[in-house]
Design a protein around this ligand. Structure first.
Ligand SMILES: Nc1ncnc2c1ncn2[C@@H]1O[C@H](COP(=O)(O)OP(=O)(O)OP(=O)(O)O)[C@@H](O)[C@H]1O
Ligand SMILES: [Mg+2]
Length: 263
């Protein structure tokens, strides 16, 4: 299976501390990974490495067959879709939703071309429909609910038809209904054979969509466990990751976890 991402002995060092600590990790093009770990574990840093937004202090990162540091990140970036709340904050409040999604394509094309305009707008409207946003196409981004904003971010990230899709906490701060709606969309997307490799960061096993296949468990920048969900997402591994005794249950492809209390 072709690889889309390979970390080999990757270290990111800040303030004389390894915030990513000797990580080895491989992602194949048909895999959908979730990264789980407590606050400060290094999840966002790992995603930024995968997005070419950050360079490793040591070790090597290979993305879509390009070795970081030896390739042109400006050619690589359009092939990677990335959605995070840090990026969301940079979207102007008065930008119409259709433009938020369309501008992702402009950055790939590099410059405006008339003949691409219609094709791109058609594609942007199709992507908006896929993420249940078509009725909001003309609305200003700043007027959207949190749930709608998260979906616009994802629509923007998939607009360029990326070969690797990175999502940093796409379901955080959503109410139960909005979370479940987005998890349903993400699950449907993850299960389509044409979907690219996906990596999604979350804090909660409840937020793992159906169709995700693998998990990377991080603590203090180190890999606690990694591999297929069924064998890797276990109560002992979660307990080691979160530093508490965790009980885990699974039902119809979804997970739930809580701390063991009493005896
Ligand atoms: N530029 C930096 N300088 C110093 N420390 C940093 C820097 N960037 C990140 N860190 C630290 O590295 C650790 C990992 O940060 P990171 O944002 O990757 O964690 P995370 O797992 O995404 O956490 P959260 O769940 O809270 O989002 C944190 O302790 C953070 O404070
Ligand atoms: Mg983070």
């Amino acid at each position: 299976m072709p690889q889309v991402l390979e970390f080999s002995d990757v270290v990111v060092r800040r303030d004389s501390r390894n915030i990513v600590d000797h990580v080895d990790w491989t992602v194949a093009d048909d895999q959908r990974w979730v990264i789980l770990g407590p606050n400060g574990a290094g999840k966002t840093t790992v995603l930024q490495l995968a997005a070419t937004l950050l360079h490793a202090t040591s070790g090597s990162v290979t993305i879509l067959d390009q070795v970081l540091g030896r390739s042109d990140v400006f050619e690589l970036r359009p092939r990677i879709g990335f959605a995070s709340s840090a990026l969301e904050r940079r979207i102007p409040a008065d930008e119409p939703v259709i433009d938020v999604v369309l501008t992702a394509a402009f950055s790939v094309l590099g410059r405006w071309k008339e003949e691409y305009e219609r094709i791109d707008e058609k594609r942007a409207r199709r992507v908006l429909a896929e993420w249940k946003l078509e009725h909001l196409a003309e609305r200003m981004f700043g007027t959207l609910s949190d749930g709608e904003r998260k979906r616009v971010q994802i629509a923007r990230a998939v607009m360029t038809d990326p070969e690797l899709l990175l999502l940093d906490e796409p379901t955080s701060s959503l109410d139960l209904g909005a979370r479940e709606e987005l998890l349903g969309l993400l699950g449907g997307y993850a299960q389509e054979p044409t979907t690219p490799a996906m990596i999604m960061v979350t804090h909660h096993v409840e937020e793992i969509p159906i169709g995700f296949t693998h998990v990377l468990l991080l603590r203090d920048g180190q890999v606690v466990a990694k591999g297929p969900l069924g064998e890797t997402l276990t109560a002992p591994n979660l307990s080691a990751t979160f530093g508490a005794e965790i009980m885990l249950s699974a039902d119809a492809g979804r997970y739930a976890a809580r701390a063991r209390t009493g005896s």
